[in-house]
Design a protein around this ligand. Structure first.
Ligand SMILES: [Zn+2]
Length: 124
């Protein structure tokens, strides 16, 4: 991939990292509001809100980690290579998911297996 394209992916990733941090700050403020209005809320509603906040926080944390890892790969010069098979991730996929760590074939294989462990977790 040429330097101009990598540069544009870098800009996209940097914007994503900024946006995720901004959302994180907003969510923290909302969480505080939930805490202070606890008396008016049913306990289970409050618990559900907290669960949702935790879930979206961990989703965001994962995303931010992936974005930062992609920026690190740009610096190392290995951006756009699949971490699993070393093949090219593909420009179309990177345009849709600039923080992608794996090519589509590896990603699909891994999503298949992670869905299994997800079901096992819920069944347990
Ligand atoms: Zn791969």
């Amino acid at each position: 991939m040429d330097k101009t394209k990598i540069k544009s992916f870098q800009t996209t990733l940097e914007n994503m990292a900024r946006e995720i941090s901004r959302q994180a700050n907003e969510q923290d403020r909302r969480a505080i509001v939930v805490e202070t209005s606890a008396e008016q809320c049913e306990q289970d509603v409050l618990a559900a809100q907290r669960d949702m906040a935790v879930q979206s926080l961990s989703r965001r944390t994962r995303l931010l980690r992936d974005v930062n890892a992609a920026l690190a790969r740009i610096r190392e010069g290995s951006y756009g290579e699949c971490l699993e098979c070393d093949g090219p991730i593909g420009e179309r996929r990177l345009r849709a998911v600039p923080q992608a760590r794996h090519c589509i074939a590896c990603q699909e294989r891994m999503e298949g297996s992670s869905q299994c462990s997800f079901r096992v977790q819920w069944a347990a």
